[in-house]
Design a protein around this ligand. Structure first.
Ligand SMILES: CC(C)(COP(=O)(O)OP(=O)(O)OC[C@H]1O[C@@H](n2cnc3c(N)ncnc32)[C@H](O)[C@@H]1OP(=O)(O)O)[C@@H](O)C(=O)NCCC(=O)NCCS
Length: 170
């Protein structure tokens, strides 16, 4: 694509990015979200992800204008489940951008909006943790660009190989 056109397309999306809570009305659109096949080991199918929602794990959407561009879970009991995370922190899980919206800056913009969003919606929490597969440098880069720090520790409990443990102080 012509670089100028690509730039225009990128800024068209990124200026309209916002984060909202998912509700039942979003389900049909959310059910159609997809990542590329080679990205499935990092995040799984949306149908599997939706089964993780619980009384402590809340679904959120990355909106590009009025379209659902991405998805993530906020886990308020993350530290109870993972030894590497302190009790009382948040966990960011299953973060992804739909394949149609990838490469347009939506992921980076959404992660940049995250601290202010979490401070406002989850004011009792001071830290958010996540893990990102060592074979997924694109996602790690995206998190680093939005003030997540790599703790330099690895988590090896996942099914797709070692993962970097990252954290963000809110
Ligand atoms: C990772 C992901 C969320 C990034 O979202 P995105 O909207 O495509 O990314 P953006 O367009 O905002 O780009 C973010 C940055 O990552 C970089 N990037 C993207 N893919 C990359 C790759 N494969 N390798 C290196 N850098 C990459 C971009 O160049 C950009 O950096 P820059 O602005 O400094 O150039 C998206 O690719 C995705 O959903 N992947 C599949 C699911 C996944 O891996 N989730 C993470 C689970 S921990």
């Amino acid at each position: 694509m012509n670089p100028d056109l690509m730039q225009t397309e990128q800024s068209m999306y990124t200026r309209d990015i916002r984060i909202i809570r998912m509700n039942i009305r979003h389900l049909p659109e959310v059910s159609r979200l997809k990542v590329n096949d080679d990205q499935l080991p990092f995040v799984g199918h949306i149908q599997e992800i939706l089964t993780i929602i619980s009384g402590t794990v809340y679904p959120h959407l990355v909106m590009a204008g009025e379209q659902v561009a991405g998805f993530f879970l906020i886990d308020t009991a993350y530290g109870d489940q993972y030894d590497f995370a302190p009790v009382g922190c948040l966990g960011l899980r299953a973060f992804f951008i739909d394949q149609k919206f990838q490469g347009l800056g939506c992921g980076k913009q959404a992660v940049r909006l995250l601290p202010a969003y979490l401070q406002s919606e989850y004011p009792a929490y001071q830290e958010v943790y996540l893990t990102v597969n060592c074979r997924n440098p694109g996602a790690r880069h995206c998190y680093l660009s939005a003030d997540f720090q790599d703790t330099n520790a690895l988590y090896s409990g996942g099914s797709a190989g070692p993962q970097h443990i990252m954290k963000l102080v809110l």
